[in-house]
Design a protein around this ligand. Structure first.
Ligand SMILES: Cc1cc2nc3c(=O)[nH]c(=O)nc-3n(C[C@H](O)[C@H](O)[C@H](O)COP(=O)(O)O)c2cc1C
Length: 361
């Protein structure tokens, strides 16, 4: 399946990494609108993104915050119910939910997803994450299983979703160490054929193997603009060997001002107001030795939660997006400092440049 997820025939797909969680996404007390996580604000941003012609909206699924002064991501809107209301209040933009495999049974996910796809008239997509946080899963009494097994389970989960969404209702059977499905039945089936877009957000070898085999989109996190083409080429080559197409998207933090130095000053304000307690908690959750990681790493996490920094003038940001796109990146889940204002500014200041460059219609 080759699903562009785009509108208006655009090749470069533009989306927002939405602030459905508090302090999304810099681990810093410097935030122009600390209440942008509210539904009212998310809806306002979604409508602005739709009016700007963006292709998709994407949330983060979180069950616990990271403490500190910000309690980073600690207040969050659950992503299926969030998508439901946004789909009902928009008309063209694609909207994702994110599922943690161990939290929802695949039949429940298939059913909720089919419902969302009907509410959105075929505009819903699913990001499937294996889950890694002992803090979050510990709260639920769910064990975080070993990495490789985690991904084998995620693969089974995707096979079950596809079976429920595409096979004759009532006829789908599946047996694996984690699930037994007998006469699997999901009615209505989703509107988007053959099934809603399926994405995975992971960075490991296991994740790359999974996306190339099972997913439509890989949401990836390349270390730099220069290194992105190799990461993309690797995933696309793996998929091509399996006679499949996978599209790749990364999450850049787009921060632009009239001059590069003004943009760098803004970046500096974010970093100077880093919530070090939350950064340490975040890093130790990722199994990075928080006591030993250096200033550079701490600042990288503080600035957009590890997003790829695209900081400069509007021309520099547009050129970096084009460079990533020319290197094979199909889409962008953009992180912003002030989502509502920046979406409008992006439409006015950066989109025209991307159009001049011929990468957006
Ligand atoms: C763009 C992007 C979005 C992600 N969204 C979530 C999320 O919503 N919830 C979550 O628990 N993990 C999320 N993750 C974490 C990944 O699922 C994954 O566990 C992490 O990147 C480590 O990669 P690995 O599982 O391949 O080792 C996201 C990662 C990326 C790159």
């Amino acid at each position: 399946m080759s699903y562009a997820g785009s509108r208006n025939g655009n090749a470069m797909q533009l989306g927002l990494f939405m602030p459905n969680c508090s302090y999304g996404y810099s681990i810093s007390t410097y935030k122009p609108d600390p209440n942008d996580w509210t539904f009212e604000s998310n809806l306002r941003i979604a409508r602005a993104a739709e009016a700007a012609g963006f292709d998709f909206l994407f949330p983060v699924a979180k069950w616990q915050g990271y403490g500190g002064e910000t309690d980073y991501l600690g207040t969050s809107l659950e992503t299926f119910t969030w998508a439901s209301a946004l789909l009902a209040n928009t008309t063209t933009i694609n909207i994702f939910s994110t599922v943690h495999v161990p939290v929802f049974h695949p039949v429940a996910t298939a059913k909720m997803g089919a419902t969302l796809d009907h509410i959105g008239n075929g505009r819903w997509g699913l990001n499937i994450v294996s889950g890694w946080s002992e803090h979050e899963f510990g709260m639920m009494g769910i064990e975080v299983i070993a990495h490789e097994e985690r991904y084998r389970r995620t693969e089974a989960y995707i096979e079950i979703l596809k079976g429920l969404w595409t096979q004759e209702p009532g006829s789908f059977n599946y047996e694996c160490p984690w699930y037994t499905i007998t006469g699997g039945n999901v009615l209505p089936q989703p509107m988007h054929k053959p099934h809603p877009i399926i994405a995975n957000a992971g960075v490991s070898e296991d994740a790359k193997a999974l996306v190339s085999k099972q997913c439509d989109w890989a949401f990836i996190s390349p270390p730099s603009v220069a290194e992105a083409p190799a990461v993309v080429a690797d995933i696309k080559e793996r998929a091509r060997k399996l006679d499949r197409n996978v599209q790749c998207a990364c999450y850049p933090f787009v921060l632009w001002r009239d001059s590069e130095s003004e943009a760098q000053e803004e970046r500096q304000r974010i970093v100077e107001n880093m919530d070090r307690v939350a950064v340490d908690n975040w890093a130790s959750g990722l199994k990075i030795q928080s006591g030993s990681f250096d200033k550079f790493t701490a600042e990288m996490y503080a600035f957009g939660g590890g997003a790829l920094p695209l900081v400069g003038s509007k021309t520099q940001v547009a050129e970096s997006l084009r460079e990533l796109y020319d290197g094979g990146m199909d889409g962008f889940l953009m992180v912003m400092l002030d989502y509502y204002q920046d979406t409008i500014r992006f439409e006015q200041e950066i989109l025209p440049l991307l159009k001049q460059m011929g990468v957006r219609a």
